[in-house]
Ligand binder design. Structure first.
Ligand code: G1P
Length: 294
């Protein structure tokens, strides 16, 4: 596989989740038993990525702590006869390299990706948003399929998409596919950032995973602030398409359904779904919920 590096933007302040996110990174919010970003890292590891560069910010230090090898805690568990808990820390030992750099000004997702340029160099890379879990069963392999399409089609960019209801298109980048002869892998004729429902070319919403060639940086450098006065990644991709570059979409499977931890409603429902599926406590939570709902 040609792509080994993933860039994980985690710099956004999570303003829609204040006060929860005042000092706690939204990527560290618990969903079921793990913080959001751990699911993202495990997904990337499953798809063969080895080097992870986080684009962080001042309130995000807990993310770096979370992925450190915590020998003190490991020793403490051993000394106090809690070896059974060591398994819960197995993720620390994954064969991954972690790197961190800061986005020093909040200028948008496109600008956050641009902060990776000198680290990435000329290599193709994956971008995976650190606040989005794909799939509840820890089996999502969309990034692996995207890299396959990237190589097979000699594409310039591949993006994950999920069909969303009409009243959600204004939250996402939306695809205009060239055609949907193959509904799971399609070339893009255009992409628009957070359109009004009446202007949305489809209901296919960007699902937080991308594969890029390093040339995306050239486009980002000349992208003017767009929606919400931010440098939008979607606008840079739109410019690539206008230049005749090959941009493809890959559709997530129902098992890879997106859990977007961006607002209270989506966060609460994600937590609830993970809790209901917990191997030890799911049944009990289900019973409790039924009682609350009476
Ligand atoms: C960003 C992108 C948007 C994408 C979304 C989820 O928006 O700009 O195109 O659909 O992530 O992948 P944000 O959620 O940062 O506002």
């Amino acid at each position: 596989m040609t792509v080994k590096l993933a860039v994980i933007p985690v710099a956004g302040r999570g303003t829609r989740l204040i006060p929860l996110t005042k000092s706690l990174p939204k990527e560290m919010l618990p969903v079921g038993r793990k913080p959001v970003v751990q699911y993202v890292v495990e997904e990337l590891n499953r798809c063969g990525l080895q080097k992870l560069l986080f684009i962080t910010g001042p309130t995000k230090i807990a993310i770096e702590n979370h992925f450190d090898l915590d020998l003190e805690l490991i020793n403490h568990l051993r000394e106090t006869g809690k070896e059974d808990l060591l398994n819960e820390l197995a993720f620390e030992k994954a064969d991954l390299q972690y790197f961190y750099t800061r986005q020093r000004r909040q200028l948008g997702l496109g600008h956050a990706i641009l902060c990776a340029e000198s680290f990435v160099g000329k290599e193709p890379f994956v971008a995976a948003l650190g606040d989005t879990i794909l799939g509840i069963n820890e089996k999502a392999k969309i990034v692996e399929r995207m890299i396959h399409v990237f190589e097979e089609k000699n594409a310039d960019c591949v993006i994950a998409f999920e069909e969303v209801p009409e009243d959600e298109v204004h939250r996402y980048g939306i695809a205009a596919p060239k055609d949907l002869n193959d509904p799971n892998v399609f070339q893009l004729a255009n992409i628009v950032e957070k359109p009004a429902p009446s202007e949305a070319p489809s209901h296919l919403a960007v699902a937080s995973r991308y594969v890029f060639r390093a040339e995306i940086f050239d486009y980002l450098k000349i992208t003017k602030p767009g929606k919400n006065n931010e440098i939008q990644l979607t606008d840079a991709i739109q410019a690539m398409i206008a230049d005749g570059k090959k941009v493809y979409g890959v559709r997530v499977t129902p098992e890879e359904h997106r859990f977007d931890i961006g607002n209270f409603e989506s966060y609460f429902s994600a937590f609830l779904e993970f809790a209901l599926n917990d191997p030890d406590h799911g049944e009990e939570i289900r019973k409790k919920l039924q009682k609350f709902l009476k």
